[in-house]
Design a protein around this ligand. Structure first.
Ligand code: FES
Length: 76
């Protein structure tokens, strides 16, 4: 099991929790807030602080409600 969890917030960002780095397209890490193990990444495209969420998804009416498929029953 991974030590990182990514949660899809309904109508909001991707929230990443755990030990991780966020690397730009040149291979450089974004500075992350000290002492926090949770970061929200923008997936609406409207943040002025990408790749991080700045709450703009609320004002632009971003909608996303994807859900994971239900667990499959174990085969005998
Ligand atoms: S998801 Fe929050 S600003 Fe884009």
């Amino acid at each position: 099991m991974s030590s990182v969890t990514i949660r899809c917030r309904e109508n909001g960002p991707l929230v990443i929790q755990g030990a991780f780095q966020i690397i730009d397209h040149l291979g450089n890490p974004f500075p992350l807030p000290q002492g926090k193990d949770t970061i929200a990444l923008c997936r609406c495209g409207h943040s002025k602080n990408r790749p991080f969420c700045d709450g703009s998804h609320r004002t632009v009416g971003f909608q996303a409600g994807e859900t994971a498929p239900p667990p499959q029953p174990a085969s005998a």
